[in-house]
Design a protein around this ligand. Structure first.
Ligand code: ZN
Length: 166
């Protein structure tokens, strides 16, 4: 009897290779040369539009699709940029453009920002995601699919060599 063909669906553990290329041609992220990505489908671990695009694929299937900035990491917000005096950083702390920093507001909430620019006395922080405003061009190839275990579903994440509990 033939095994039923598994496809990407909610509650499946999916392993895939992907390459993310920006419209500029720059490869922003890829699993090439490292371990493929494994995730539990339907639990919001990845961009919802990404999960949507791979639903129904089977093992060995390849797909190419483009997510708009709205479906990716958001539209670039010109207002989400702030200049702070450089002396707000502890003396001796190494800072450089592209570095991620956590910024705490008055109510204690921590926002992630990236250093966009550094001058003699001012640091420009960008609160946009580094890929905000970018269309995301994905190439994916599905490597493996299996039903999640009851424990994985209860925890909402995959248990594998990298993550397991005693
Ligand atoms: Zn767990």
């Amino acid at each position: 009897m033939a095994e039923p063909k598994l496809t990407v669906a909610d509650d499946m553990v999916v392993t895939l290779d992907y390459t993310l290329t920006l419209d500029s041609g720059e490869v922003a992220d890829t699993t090439q040369g490292r371990a493929p990505l494994t995730f539990l489908a339907g639990y919001g671990q990845l961009l919802p539009a990404f999960e949507e695009a791979v639903m129904g694929l089977g093992v060995g299937d390849e797909a190419r699709f483009t997510l708009s900035p709205e479906d990716g990491y958001g539209v670039y917000d010109e207002e989400a940029v702030e200049e702070v005096p450089i002396d707000q950083f502890p003396p001796g702390q190494e800072i450089y453009p592209g570095m991620a920093v956590g910024v705490q507001d008055a109510s204690g909430h921590i926002y992630e920002a990236y250093i966009a620019d550094i001058s003699d006395d001012v640091v420009t922080l960008d609160f946009n995601h580094p890929l905000a405003g970018e269309a995301l061009n994905f190439e994916v190839k599905v490597r493996a699919i299996r039903p999640a275990t009851a424990e994985e579903l209860a925890h909402g994440h995959v248990h594998d060599e990298e993550h397991h509990h005693d």
